[in-house]
Design a protein. Structure first.
Length: 539
């Protein structure tokens, strides 16, 4: 018994240590060895459940297949976090499995993606899933899904990703069930329309909400959609902590008169899909919903109450840099996710510098931008194969230099940086070259721990079959340049499309600056920590 008690204590300590960012492979190995030395069935229920929560699905599945006792102990954990994204048959099989073994109360997180509603995926990268009554097959599983949701008494996170209208149309019971017992943590309703949103207007007590409607036209307003979004938000005005809006912005967030109550607990606001013409019709400067093409809207700020009345605790913002610029006068941001249009002049980085300096202590920055050179390579150079090895820095100017200079001068506390650049296919080698060349420019950021380097194309993340671009360098060259160039860096994520390099995560040894590839799960945990969790409890 003494050995068992000591083992329990060791396991608890190791699990807590493994969840921290200071955990090591040795600690994880010690945890495994300790579990092997003890009989799982001798452990207390609380300790055993903690261990099972820590394991990934493949490990849980292995335990499930070991014995009948192992099956009974672990089967519930197999459905704790579920993402359905393959097709209607997968959803139906999941519902059948949950119903057969009575696992509804074990479901904590459930995500249903749009591909799950169709048997046939898009044929080409440019073909999105189109809502076609003859194609989507949600009716095959929507009734069974409603039964599962009705029994999911411990559901914390529910997401309908770009398929809300399909689900509601197929099974009206689903919004009734969700409104009766909302998920205790987060709800995502994307791909909605006015009729499907109306079915959720009675919901209340939400903590984290994502409300994004389908885009039919950038120049048409749907007042019913606005009213539905407003009702959902106002019903939870006292409980909401994060708000993510799409193309519909409710009137209460655009009027010149303050609400009787503010969103006093909201610390994260995302408006990455707000329509650019909104500012032409309403006062939006209390939260700065403006795009660069509507410069006149900037003058409205002095006529209306500032955004810190509406969002007194806002510390994280996702949207356009002009919006962030206005909000930064009233909020001490810790996190910024900036959607950008092409940068063609170094002066445009002054906005980024201003936002960072106004905020004072930015810890996390994500940038989506297109870096355009002042000149493109000549046709003769391209024909000669020169693009893969630029002749000189001057021959292909890079705006990474002033961008990183802006970071170094204004974001001294930065711990997390996610940089996604967009280039044409034939410019990807140039972009990689400059990413390698400029890594050391961020060496002054002594708190920088996690960097994601993403290189997209004009088609985003989509690739054509068989299309590969010559990188012009080995992957290790780029990785090593960043590991050596930034002494404080602990994690590096590499995501380059259309290359032979798969997406990868790397941990950097602090002494020798060597890199060790880690699993996606470990990389995502580190990403979440430095992007959000490290500073989440700070005021």
């Amino acid at each position: 018994m003494a050995q068992i008690r000591a083992g329990r204590m060791t396991i608890c300590l190791l699990i807590e240590g493994s969840r921290s960012q200071t955990s090591t492979p040795q600690k994880k190995l010690l945890l495994i060895l300790t579990l092997m030395a003890l009989d799982l069935f001798d452990l207390g229920t609380d300790v055993l459940m903690t261990i099972l929560e820590f394991l990934y699905v493949p490990d849980l599945l292995s335990l499930t297949l070991l014995s009948r006792a192992g099956f009974q102990l672990t089967i519930g954990n197999l459905v704790r976090n579920v993402k359905l994204a393959i097709g209607p048959q997968q959803v139906l099989d999941f519902c059948t499995f949950v119903t057969k073994y009575g696992l509804g109360p074990h479901i904590v997180s459930l995500t249903l993606c749009e591909p799950a509603c169709y048997f046939v995926p898009p044929a080409r990268y440019s073909t999105a899933y189109v809502r076609d009554p003859n194609m989507h097959q949600t009716t095959l599983f929507s009734g069974a899904l409603a039964d599962i949701l009705d029994k999911a008494s411990n559901l914390a996170r529910l997401a309908f990703q770009n398929c809300t209208d399909l689900i509601v149309e197929s099974e009206p019971r689903i919004p009734e069930i969700v409104c009766k017992r909302p998920p205790c943590n987060s709800l995502e309703l994307s791909g909605a329309d006015s009729s499907s949103l109306r079915e959720f207007t009675s919901i209340s007590g939400l903590t984290h909400v994502v409300l994004r409607t389908r885009v039919r036209s950038y120049f048409q307003f749907d007042i019913e959609e606005e009213n539905a979004v407003e009702a959902i938000l106002l019903n939870s005005i006292r409980t909401l902590k994060t708000v993510a809006l799409g193309h519909v912005v409710p009137a209460s967030l655009r009027s010149g008169t303050p609400l009787s109550e503010s969103y006093e607990r909201v610390h994260d606001l995302s408006m990455t899909e707000t329509r650019p013409h909104v500012s032409k019709h309403h006062n939006i400067d209390q939260q700065a919903l403006i795009y660069g093409i509507h410069r006149g809207s900037l003058d409205l700020l002095q006529n209306y109450y500032p955004s810190n009345v509406l969002w007194p605790r806002l510390r994280s913002f996702s949207g356009l840099k002009e919006v962030a610029q206005k909000l930064s006068h009233y909020h001490n941001f810790r996190r910024l996710f900036l959607m950008e249009f092409p940068f063609t002049a170094t002066s445009q980085f002054s906005t980024l510098t201003e936002v960072a300096r106004n905020s004072g202590s930015v810890r996390s920055i994500t940038l989506l931008l297109e870096l355009l050179p002042d000149e493109r390579p000549s046709i003769g150079d391209v024909a000669s194969g020169i693009p893969f090895l630029p002749r000189s820095v001057e021959g292909f100017p890079s705006l990474l230099d002033p961008l990183f200079a802006a970071f170094s001068s204004s974001a001294h506390g930065l711990a997390y940086l996610s940089l996604h650049t967009c280039k044409l296919e034939d410019e990807i080698p140039y972009c990689l070259y400059h990413l390698k060349r400029t890594a050391g420019l961020l060496s002054s950021l002594t708190n920088l721990k996690y960097v994601e380097l993403g290189v997209m194309t004009s088609r985003g993340q989509w690739t054509r079959a068989g299309e590969v671009v010559n990188a012009g360098m080995e992957r290790e060259e780029l990785l090593q340049a960043w590991a050596i160039g930034i002494p404080s860096l602990e994690y590096l994520e590499l995501n380059v499309v259309q290359l032979v390099w798969p997406r990868s995560w790397w941990k950097i040894d602090s002494s020798g600056r060597t890199l060790q590839q880690i699993s996606e799960e470990e990389g995502q945990r580190a990403k979440q920590w430095f992007d959000w969790e490290e500073w989440a409890d700070e005021e």
